[in-house]
Design a protein around this ligand. Structure first.
Ligand SMILES: *[C@@H]1O[C@H](CO)[C@@H](O)[C@H](O)[C@H]1NC(C)=O
Ligand SMILES: *[C@@H]1O[C@H](CO)[C@@H](O)[C@H](O)[C@H]1NC(C)=O
Ligand SMILES: *[C@@H]1O[C@H](CO)[C@@H](O)[C@H](O)[C@H]1NC(C)=O
Ligand SMILES: *[C@@H]1O[C@H](CO)[C@@H](O)[C@H](O)[C@H]1NC(C)=O
Ligand SMILES: *[C@@H]1O[C@H](CO)[C@@H](O)[C@H](O)[C@H]1NC(C)=O
Ligand SMILES: *[C@@H]1O[C@H](CO)[C@@H](O)[C@H](O)[C@H]1NC(C)=O
Length: 634
């Protein structure tokens, strides 16, 4: 309908007629029209010049609005320049609203009291505004609330004890307001994320909140739990029941005194042991450093790992090892040449490569990969293909296509070697290893947490690499996307590796390695569609966000794969439990996290035509990256 040339009055009349029509003939649409009118009133009050909502299209198409069953269920307008007070009869009339996100705007005044009518509300993100007044009591009647974020506002008064009514609450963020008084005895069984830092609270931390970390209570002189003993309080180690009310002046029994004495001695002994161990470790480290200059290990050359260099002896390792070091062998090997890609200087030959010291990096789907250090000090990764029975002509054609691929997010193939018995691929060496080892290796202490920024930039880089592969031809695909094929440069930039190998060699039918990543429709691993790549990438995204290896999910959850596990947990509204523990501190971007998770779920749709294309995936991740940068600037 193009009403552009009609006068304003006529357009309004048409709109009114449309609403009347909808009101008369369709009850569901009438509600949607009502929602639309409420939203327009809201826009008029706080976002007249900033919300580009077009009344000639359905409210469900308006930016920030999501519908389900013809009702508005979510309104997300983060950082949109909204300003002023939200009037009654606007948001409060959206009775099916489940998510309201107005974070990082300039909204002020009290919350509209008719928000109490949004009984379906589960997620309420209002952080980073100028809302004032007390935390309204009606919030306690929104019994579906899972997430409540009122941080960085101007709320004052006490924290209402009635919040205990919100039994499903998993997130309660109230930091950086002007709340005063004591923290009430909150007892919320599902509370995972809690923060009341930088208010004007005093007194002691209530018992049920003492398991929260100290940085949930920053910037105030509170006591108890993570903040240390309150005046007159007894150490919980000495009083095993631990439930002594603060400042209780009860007389200590003989048993309690004995407990204190034993406890003190035990703590002292433990400290001694720890000190002793620390000293020993330091001594050892020092000793190790002093001999570091001369590593005692014997170097293994690449040819010593059993590579057949031109003899066709079926790779019987010990025999060739002896033969290879003799002069005629070297002469023969020299005839066989490495084929290089690109125009760079050919700074090594096959003989240099075979002489290089070798160290196993990993045994992958297609064979073993070695880190080879050439005599010049140059490092390369050499992949020795297993079971590559592809005819030579076909092999060379396919490998030439792989070598011709050139993109900053692909691991470059420098050269290859092909003989009847041996196929070697020489790649750039990626010093930081794979995403798989970064995510799942060294989960113990001393691990550097993988930040949200690094995770999104890895997702972005991998998506761009795959998008590039898909752009080379309508049928081109990677065929084996998984976290061990995403490698990292020394500056933690991600690059996709092993591209094209699935088509070159084919995964053996029994190979279980790719199982957790393989799209349900894939039967022939040599013919993997682009949409199957998208599925695998979706699993990779879920892995990046949950920190769970797809194979691990397969084992632990009784045959439930990672996508289905994520969906089941998200369905239960426990989105925060889905995420890797290391991501829980990124509260300001939790919506972006939830959206990236949703993207992963969309990519792993059962039917290929329901999955987005890689270009759509790239665009979405770019948008999320932009929006999380904006949020962190606030
Ligand atoms: C509103 O939507 C109609 C129908 O899609 C379109 O013709 C019109 O140009 C849009 N108006 C604006 C301001 O975008
Ligand atoms: C909101 O709902 C109330 C009562 O149902 C109604 O009187 C009011 O007109 C509605 N507001 C808008 C903007 O539609
Ligand atoms: C607690 O929740 C119930 C519904 O679950 C509601 O009827 C009641 O009014 C709420 N109490 C307070 C103090 O908000
Ligand atoms: C915060 O609220 C108080 C009243 O509760 C008001 O006096 C003050 O101006 C508000 N500050 C801001 C920055 O809105
Ligand atoms: C906390 O501060 C209030 C004043 O804001 C005061 O009345 C109260 O006694 C204080 N409580 C404690 C335990 O210090
Ligand atoms: C609580 O908020 C403060 C201020 O934003 C922050 O420094 C602290 O890390 C947060 N603590 C938790 C547990 O989220």
């Amino acid at each position: 309908m193009n009403c552009g040339h009609l006068p304003m009055d006529t357009r309004l009349l048409l709109l009114l007629l449309l609403f009347l029509f909808l009101l008369t003939f369709s009850p569901a649409a009438a509600d949607l029209a009502g929602d639309g009118a409420d939203l327009m009133t809201f826009r008029g009050a706080v976002g007249r010049f900033v919300l580009p909502w077009n009344t000639s299209v359905s409210p469900c198409m308006w930016p920030g609005v999501t519908c389900a069953s013809n009702r508005v269920v979510s309104l997300r307008l983060p950082g949109s320049g909204l300003i002023g007070q939200i009037p009654e009869g606007t948001i409060g009339n959206l009775s099916n609203l489940q998510t309201l996100s107005l974070r990082f705007n300039a909204l002020s005044g009290p919350l509209p009291s008719d928000l109490a009518r949004c009984k379906e509300l589960r997620n309420l993100y209002l952080q980073g505004n100028r809302f004032s007044g007390e935390i309204p009591a009606f919030l306690s009647s929104l019994s579906s609330l899972v997430r409540l974020n009122l941080a960085e506002n101007n709320f004052s008064g006490v924290i209402p004890l009635a919040l205990n009514n919100l039994t499903r609450l998993g997130t309660l963020y109230l930091e950086s307001n002007h709340l005063s008084g004591e923290i009430p005895e909150l007892d919320l069984p599902n509370l995972v994320q809690f923060n009341v830092s930088f208010n004007r609270l005093n007194g002691s931390v209530p018992s049920k909140l003492r398991d929260k970390p100290a940085n949930s209570f920053l910037g105030m002189s509170l006591c108890g739990g993570p903040l240390g003993l309150c005046p007159g309080e007894i150490s919980p180690a000495a009083a095993p029941t631990g439930a002594l009310p603060s400042g209780s002046g009860s007389k200590l029994s003989g048993a309690a005194i004995a407990g204190i004495v034993i406890g003190t001695i035990a703590v002292f002994l433990i400290l001694l042991v720890i000190l002793f161990l620390l000293c020993r470790k330091k001594g050892k480290a020092g000793a190790a450093k002093s001999v570091e200059a001369k590593p005692p290990e014997v170097e293994v050359a690449l040819r010593d790992v059993g590579i057949v260099d031109g003899f066709g002896t079926n790779g019987v390792a010990p025999a060739t090892k002896v033969a290879a070091s003799s002069a005629p062998a070297a002469a023969l090997a020299a005839k066989k040449q490495l084929a290089f890609f690109g125009n760079g200087p050919k700074v090594y030959d096959l003989e240099d490569l075979l002489r290089a010291s070798a160290e196993v990096l990993g045994k992958g789907t297609f064979g073993t990969t070695y880190k080879a250090v050439l005599e010049t000090g140059m490092m390369v990764a050499v992949k020795r293909l297993r079971d590559a029975n592809t005819p030579e002509k076909e092999f060379r054609e396919k490998i030439d296509a792989i070598g011709a691929m050139n993109h900053p997010n692909l691991v470059p193939l420098q050269a290859y070697y092909h003989s009847k018995d041996e196929k070697l691929l020489v790649y750039d060496y990626m010093p930081m290893g794979s995403l798989s080892s970064l995510l799942h290796g060294n989960r113990g202490s001393g691990r550097t947490p993988l930040s949200w920024e690094i995770r999104t930039s890895i997702a972005m880089a991998a998506a761009r690499g795959i998008e590039y592969i898909h752009s080379t031809s309508p049928t081109a695909s990677h065929g084996n996307i998984k976290s061990s094929n995403i490698l990292l440069t020394s500056s933690s930039e991600a690059r996709v590796s092993d591209h094209g190998l699935a088509h070159l060699v084919g995964l053996s039918a029994t190979s279980n390695r790719a199982a957790g990543y393989r799209a349900p429709e894939v039967t022939d691993t040599r013919r993997v569609s682009q949409k199957a790549d998208v599925y695998s990438f979706g699993v990779l995204l879920l892995e990046l966000l949950t920190g769970k290896a797809p194979a691990q999910a397969l084992l632990n959850e009784e045959g439930v794969d990672l996508p289905r596990w994520v969906q089941s947990v998200v369905h239960e509204e426990w989105t925060s439990e889905v995420f890797d523990m290391e991501l829980l501190r990124y509260q300001s971007v939790e919506e972006e996290m939830a959206e990236l998770l949703q993207l992963g779920v969309n990519c792993t749709a059962q039917y290929p035509d329901q999955r987005p294309t890689m270009s759509m995936v790239v665009a979405k991740i770019e948008e999320l990256q932009r929006s999380s940068v904006e949020v962190s600037k606030e």
